[in-house]
Design a protein around this ligand. Structure first.
Ligand code: URA
Length: 237
């Protein structure tokens, strides 16, 4: 894509449009080895070799980040009152256009994808893509065989039919937990499906989307870039 040089530099977090304009006029930006002093010069970020102060720009049009979301933070781009997942991003990933692809409740933890690629996010979230999301829930009481059947048949919440989902029971520290796999993302879906079976979710964590598992080396609140393979794994079952 052909764009203005200052726009390309600003999109890569080199500085604001005003700041990069200043760098360009100072003569420290080169394009294919030639000093460029015009901020509106047209360049191709993918093909042209752009250097700032001698350092080559590692141009990436799209960012795909995995966050291990902590509780207490909103899955939103910005909010006047509460901290959002974008507020947690380190400076190197502060870029225009990033947003959380799909939401976790404020008290839910775990795997969240943050990107600036709207087409990818749409593919990941569109119901027809059928991408599985896997959650671990700590419950007040263990799930029953009937709950498992209800999930498999599709739970009905106040007349709203959910698609068939998988429910497995397990124990952790002698407490009742469940592993839930859903391919939709209705509002509070997991909590409401379990509530329809008379279960209260005491804690909820997302551990997998498609074939991508949460990297347990990431501490709560930390992010890292996905590899190409990991990004592709999201869209494959
Ligand atoms: N379902 C819920 O109930 N909450 C979440 O955060 C995600 C799925």
């Amino acid at each position: 894509m052909i764009e203005r040089l200052d726009k390309v530099l600003a999109s890569q977090n080199i500085g604001s449009r005003k700041e990069v304009g200043h760098l360009i006029r100072k003569g420290i930006v080169t394009v294919n080895g030639i000093v460029v002093k015009k901020a509106d010069m047209k360049v191709n970020g993918e093909l042209d070799k752009i250097c700032v102060n001698g350092a080559a720009l590692q141009f990436k049009r799209y960012l795909y980040l995995m966050m291990n979301k902590p509780a207490g933070i909103l899955s939103a781009s910005r909010d006047n009152l509460c901290q959002t997942v974008l507020n947690l991003l380190p400076q190197t990933y502060q870029r225009r256009g990033l947003f959380p692809a799909g939401r976790l409740d404020r008290d839910t933890e775990g795997l969240l994808i943050i990107t600036n690629d709207g087409i990818f996010a749409h593919k990941m979230l569109a119901p027809k893509s059928n991408i599985d999301k896997v959650y671990h829930a700590k419950l007040n009481v263990p799930v029953t065989a009937e709950d498992i059947v209800r999930f498999a048949q599709g739970v009905v919440i106040n007349g709203l039919h959910c698609l068939p989902a998988s429910l497995e029971s397990f124990e952790k520290n002698n407490e009742p937990w469940a592993r839930i796999t859903v391919c939709e993302g209705k509002f509070h879906q997991v909590k409401r499906m379990l509530a329809a079976c008379g279960k209260i979710v005491l804690y909820l964590e997302r551990v997998k989307i498609g074939n991508l598992e949460l990297d347990t080396d990431l501490k709560r609140g930390q992010v890292r870039e996905l590899t190409i393979e990991e990004k592709d794994a999201i869209l494959h079952k």
